[in-house]
Design a protein around this ligand. Structure first.
Ligand SMILES: *[C@@H]1O[C@H](CO)[C@@H](O)[C@H](O)[C@H]1NC(C)=O
Length: 435
């Protein structure tokens, strides 16, 4: 390439070819469509096993789907912890775009539970992967009660987890959706749901990873009201209106009948409104604390030290799911970690995009059937299906030592949920027995 001269048409052609090749040359660090052999790539953690609180995964395409052969992994037991992870060759996203994408379907009507995944760095004992295991990025939907319906994007920076400061609403229906997090080398990001951008911005402003660049108490008001400006004596005696000096008592005014005559009022030309300092700008003084217009290169927040590698995770090595679920039925599929947003978009189209219409029809069909069953079983009680569920739970719940009365899910109210912190990054919920 050393003698490549730009003046020859051939060289230009080869340059164009080179750039074309690089466009189509996405680097895929990890891609999991959950085909045969997935169990060799994923390790189920022993976390919560000794307490009998570790939930089982179901390898399935779900109750409704666009392609029965396209399977994923689904949480299958209520009130359980889930932890599973896969390893990939260690990489750094320095100078690269990082794309983290997966699809998730909450087949249960999720009242409280996560649907997020994590990227982990360094060395992790996958058999012990759990809520306390440090992670680099946590991304995906989280639903709890009526108040939490959001997309999490938690970034670890120097050992601390930082939540996204912006609100991004997640999907709440019972269909598959693709969640994409893109982190660029210029420290900007995008969050997409179903290939549609929901949020974008900068790591500097949308997370509190670094102290703010501008000192927060920077005074850039050049003029302020003169503090010496005092209310003139008698100012409040000037009324808004005064009796009309030109008005005269009508000749035929009868005090007996019409009452005492008072002149109609007119606006007082002397009145200047309630007193405030510097009612006119002419009285403003130069702010003695004025620090000039703020300019980053001139004076920075002394606590702010830029980190050009703010976006860099140098040792990414694992992807995992670590969740607590009150009600199971969350199905993960098509996990992708790569350096090319276009590639991710195409993969989403080829998987979720190709199947979404058929999945929707299958869901509507299933709903119709469910409603028909309900009205057949008991035309008045619309909870028929719920009762059915309870029976099922009772039948298979014998060996569970969970403290929770089976079948109470459907009576679940927010006040029955007690928040507790289990060493996990975010809030998880404990269910209290109803008696
Ligand atoms: C797994 O999912 C399929 C499809 O929804 C369901 O028929 C089956 O009962 C599930 N198995 C378990 C063990 O939950």
């Amino acid at each position: 390439m050393a003698d490549l001269s730009l003046s020859t048409p051939n060289a230009i052609v080869s340059l164009i070819l080179l750039s074309l090749i690089s466009v189509s040359c996405a680097k895929v660090f990890f891609e999991e469509r959950f085909d045969d052999g997935w169990e060799n790539r994923w390790i189920k953690s022993d976390w919560k096993k000794d307490e009998n609180m570790a939930g089982e995964w179901n390898y399935t395409s779900g109750k409704w789907n666009g392609d029965p052969n396209d399977k994923g992994i689904q949480t299958s037991e209520d009130y359980r912890f889930y932890a599973i992870s896969a390893e990939f060759p260690k990489f750094s996203n320095k100078d690269k775009t990082l794309v983290f994408q997966f699809s998730v379907k909450h087949e249960q009507k999720l009242d409280c539970g996560g649907g997020y995944m994590k990227l982990l760095s360094g060395e992790v004992d996958q058999k012990k992967f759990g809520g306390d295991t440090p992670y680099s990025i946590m991304f995906g939907p989280d639903i709890c009660g009526y108040s939490t319906k959001k997309v999490h994007a938690i970034l670890n920076y120097n050992g601390n987890n930082h939540l996204l400061k912006k609100d991004v609403a997640c999907e709440t229906d019972q269909l598959s959706h693709v969640y994409t997090f893109i982190l660029h080398p210029d420290a900007t990001y995008n969050i997409l749901i179903d290939n549609v951008e929901k949020k974008s911005g900068s790591l500097y402003s949308d997370w509190a990873l670094l102290p703010p660049k501008t000192p927060e108490d920077w005074d850039d008001e050049e003029y302020i009201p003169d503090p010496e400006d005092k209310k003139p004596e008698g100012y409040d005696d000037i009324t808004k209106e005064i009796p009309d000096p030109d008005a005269k008592k009508p000749e035929d005014w009868d005090e007996e009948e019409d009452g005492e005559w008072t002149a109609p009022t007119i606006p007082n030309p002397e009145y200047k409104g309630p007193w405030k300092p510097n009612a006119c700008d002419c009285l403003k003084i130069k702010n003695p604390n004025y620090q000039g217009k703020w300019k980053a290169p001139v004076i920075d927040n002394p606590d702010f030290k830029d980190d050009p590698d703010l976006y860099v995770y140098p040792n990414l090595k694992y992807v995992g799911v670590e969740l607590w679920q009150v009600k199971s039925g969350t199905l993960f599929d098509n996990v992708l970690i790569c350096d090319d947003a276009e590639y991710a978009k195409k993969l989403a189209e080829e998987t979720w995009g190709k199947n979404k219409d058929a999945e929707k029809s299958a869901f509507e069909e299933a709903e119709k059937k469910r409603e028909e069953e309900e009205s057949k079983d008991d035309p008045v009680d619309s909870d028929a299906e719920d009762d059915e569920d309870d029976d099922e739970d009772d039948a298979e719940g014998e060996d569970s030592d969970a403290e929770i009365k089976k079948g109470d899910t459907d009576e679940l109210k927010e006040e029955d949920l007690k928040m507790f912190s289990e060493g996990t990054d975010i809030v998880i919920w404990e269910f209290e027995p109803l008696e």
